[in-house]
Design a protein around this ligand. Structure first.
Ligand SMILES: Nc1ncnc2c1ncn2[C@@H]1O[C@H](COP(=O)(O)OP(=O)(O)OP(=O)(O)O)[C@@H](O)[C@H]1O
Length: 257
């Protein structure tokens, strides 16, 4: 990797109740890369992302964003870093009490970076980027289908034009066609912003579509990184078993022990 990575994790360690979840995670994400983190349920994918976002403090290790150690930063500086980060949550996590347009511009409004009337226009602009009509802005999230909620969640993730975006299982709960549509939108918006994307997914078709690079988390560390397009044919028996969803293989054998 040439130049400073956008995100650099070194020796990230986290235990919960004495049980190691992260046990020395090393990972570099280059600027503009689409990194997909794979791993079994409970392998620590969300904990890794939460450590990067500052929602969980690791027991040891470093998190650098643009070459700066974000764990030792004063709170204000850390908040400024987080202002450059967008997040699409698994269940879209929209506020039902607010119309769609306020959801989309929630962060900009909360930080008083935009007036309410400008926010309505901004929301319409961003909704258009995810294929939604301006009239959707006046609906309540409860009135939307799952696919539309994901689009609104995506619009909210990009409204502040972040340079890093996290996607937590973006296609979970969607039919395969809608999943492909959301993936296509993700690729479009990430490219338009020139952003760095980090995604968690169990959906291998989605991983190949939205990822340029994939990393597999297993037993607390990254055991493989490589091109997302090679998933299933990486030559690493654990990664290939996982990507192909095969019952038999080295991972199953470890679980039986
Ligand atoms: N705040 C917490 N307190 C205690 N244990 C936690 C906490 N957060 C996560 N864990 C534990 O850490 C482990 C990893 O959780 P994590 O949510 O990162 O898994 P994951 O890889 O994202 O799984 P999934 O694919 O099922 O979402 C789990 O055993 C979980 O119970």
């Amino acid at each position: 990797m040439s130049g400073t990575p956008k995100i650099r994790l070194r020796g990230l360690t986290k235990r919960f109740n004495g049980k190691p979840v992260l046990d020395g995670v090393d990972l570099d994400v280059a600027a503009g890369e689409g990194m997909v983190i794979l791993g079994g349920s409970g392998s620590g994918k969300s904990v890794t992302i939460k450590c990067i976002l500052g929602l969980i403090r690791p027991d040891a290790g470093t998190v650098e964003i643009d070459g700066r150690d974000v764990l030792s930063m004063p709170r204000r500086e850390r908040e400024a870093v987080n202002d450059r980060i967008g997040m699409l949550f698994q269940n879209a996590a929209l506020f039902d009490s607010l119309p769609v347009w306020e959801n989309v511009c929630f962060k900009l409004l909360a930080q008083k970076r935009i007036t309410r009337s400008r926010a309505r226009d901004k929301a319409a602009e961003v909704l258009a980027q995810v294929g939604l009509a301006p009239s959707v802005g006046d609906l309540s999230p409860a009135e939307l289908s799952g696919g539309m909620q994901k689009r609104v969640g995506l619009a909210r993730a990009i409204a502040a034009e972040p340079d890093i975006i996290f996607f937590d299982e973006p296609t979970t709960g969607l039919d395969p066609i809608m999943g492909a549509v959301i993936d296509g939108l993700i690729v479009d918006v990430v490219q338009r912003l020139g952003a760095t994307a980090v995604s968690i997914t169990h959906d291998m078709a989605s991983a190949r579509r939205i990822g340029t690079t994939a990393a597999m988390l297993h037993k607390g560390s990254i055991i493989w990184t490589g091109p997302a397009a090679s998933l299933g044919e990486t030559g690493n028996p654990m990664v290939d078993q996982f990507a192909r969803g095969e019952r038999e293989g080295p991972i199953q054998m470890e679980l039986r022990r």
